[in-house]
Each structure stands twice: as structure tokens, then as C-alpha cells.
Design a protein around this ligand. Structure first.
Ligand SMILES: Nc1ncnc2c1ncn2[C@@H]1O[C@H](COP(=O)(O)OP(=O)(O)O)[C@@H](O)[C@H]1O
Ligand SMILES: [Mg+2]
Length: 237
């Protein structure tokens, strides 16, 4: 499942005096582990959101698995997105949050009497795999930042995606929790071959886990390549 961005440009933004994304071209192959880097405001979140079809484009196309992404297509089970901040419902338990990841694929009829048993079992298995079994029935508000981020990953995984897009999943976490989240992503990548595209701020984490870095600056790609010389790239940028 390849992601192809061909010369994508978002509409002109009067605030910025330019488009948020400016002629971006890149191709991400199945099974790659890519990090997206760049200063605040560079356009990283906008690029992820456009890959899932949430952003109108002025020019260019995005194809996923050869199919052009557009805003009319609603459900894309092959891609899952972890939004910045996790986006969990704090009053719900961990397992309920994970089950919310199934809402898009079930009919109202199917959830009328609660989620199917099969889904509850799957949610529990995912939480177990992410080291959260004993927290499954706790409200997510009471979990640590790192645990919450892993609940968000479990919610994304319940739809069995081929591609996981993660927007700053380690921001605000201490280094240990950040490493746990990255280990989780690395495991999904190596064991299940899931394509990972992750926005990071920490160059050391990026170099330790990702094979490839795409660096954005003011809506353009200024670097696309291996991670080993990132410090120089970032300084030059
Ligand atoms: N919906 C929007 N309307 C107008 N401006 C936006 C919108 N979304 C983002 N921006 C602006 O676009 C720029 C890039 O945003 P973003 O993609 O969130 O950057 P990053 O994730 O790299 O910090 C920022 O200056 C932001 O204020
Ligand atoms: Mg962002």
C-alpha cells in the first residue's frame, strides 16, 4: 500500500502569505518507517491530514494504493491516524476508547446492545499486547501520558490498518514513556509490517527508530533521506 503525494499544494493562506503546503512530492512505500520533522507551523500535521483526505487541495493529487484520496471518501480502514494529543475521551475507560475505533465500521444496529463480544475480546487483546491489560477498565483520565498514548495506538489498531500515521505521539512524555511509545511503533512495523509515518520533535528518537526522515520547512520538503546526518540538515534549515 504505497502513499504517493504528487506536487500537492493547499489553497493560499492569507495569514501565512503562502499555501500551508507548497508543492510537496514524496512517495512512501509499504512497510517503511518514516519520520516527519520540522519546526512548529512547518505543515507536518497538515500533510498527515491531507494523506487521510481531510484537507482540500488546490493542486496535485494524493494516491493511496493507487486510489486518489478525496474528501468524499469517508471510510478508509486501511489507514489509521493518531491525532496530536491522542484524542481520547477522558471519561471513558481504556477499553471503551479502543472500541470507539470500531465505530466507523459497525452499523448503529450492531452497537445497539453494546459492542459485539468479538470486538471486546479484540480490544482487550490489543491492550494486553501494549502492556495495558490491568488498566483496561480504568478511565483514561487517570492514566499516565504514555499509557494514554498507547490506548490511542490500540484504538487505531483495532481497525487493522496497513498504514499508521501518528502526529507527535511522544510530545509531552518523559523520555522513558516516549521510548515505550516508539518501541510499540517499532514492533508494529517489524512484526506486522505496518507502514509508520510519525511526526517527532526529538532528533535522537527519530534517528533511533526511523529509516527515513522527511523534513518540512514553511510548507516545502527541504530534506528527504536517511536519518544519520539529521543534525546537520536541521542546522542548515
Ligand atoms: N485549517 C487551517 N486554516 C488556516 N491555517 C491553518 C489551518 N491549519 C493549519 N494552519 C496553519 O498552517 C501552518 C502549518 O500548520 P501545521 O500543519 O499544524 O504545522 P505543524 O504540524 O508542522 O506544526 C500553521 O501556521 C498553522 O497556523
Ligand atoms: Mg502539528
Amino acid at each position: 500500500m504505497t502513499i504517493e503525494c504528487e506536487k500537492i499544494t493547499t489553497p493560499y493562506s492569507a495569514n501565512l502569505n503562502r499555501p500551508i503546503l507548497n508543492n510537496i512530492s514524496c512517495q512512501i512505500e509499504p512497510g517503511e518507517f518514516v519520520t516527519l520533522l520540522g519546526l512548529n507551523g512547518a505543515g507536518k500535521s497538515t500533510l498527515l491530514r491531507s494523506i487521510v483526505g481531510l484537507v482540500p487541495l488546490e493542486k496535485g493529487v494524493i494516491k493511496v494504493n493507487g486510489i486518489v484520496q478525496n474528501q468524499q471518501q469517508k471510510h478508509r480502514p486501511e489507514m489509521a491516524m493518531l491525532f496530536q494529543g491522542g484524542g481520547l475521551i477522558r471519561q471513558l475507560t481504556a477499553i471503551e476508547n479502543v472500541l470507539c475505533g470500531r465505530l466507523g465500521s459497525l452499523s448503529a444496529w450492531q452497537t445497539l446492545w453494546g459492542f459485539p463480544k468479538r470486538d471486546r475480546r479484540l480490544a482487550l487483546e490489543l491492550l494486553d499486547r501494549l502492556g495495558l491489560k490491568e488498566h483496561a477498565y480504568q478511565k483514561t483520565a487517570y492514566l499516565s501520558g504514555g499509557q494514554q498514548q498507547r490506548v490511542a495506538i490500540a484504538r487505531a489498531l483495532i481497525q487493522n490498518p496497513k498504514i499508521l500515521l501518528a502526529d507527535e505521539p511522544t510530545t509531552g512524555l518523559d523520555i522513558l514513556a516516549a521510548k515505550q511509545v516508539m518501541e510499540t511503533l517499532a514492533q508494529l512495523h517489524s512484526e506486522q509490517g505496518i507502514t509508520i509515518v510519525v511526526v517527532l520533535h526529538d532528533l535522537a528518537l527519530a534517528a533511533a527508530y526511523a529509516q527515513r526522515a522527511i523534513v518540512l520547512e514553511a510548507g516545502r520538503i527541504i530534506y528527504d533521506g536517511k536519518c544519520h546526518n539529521l543534525p546537520e540538515v536541521m542546522q542548515a534549515g
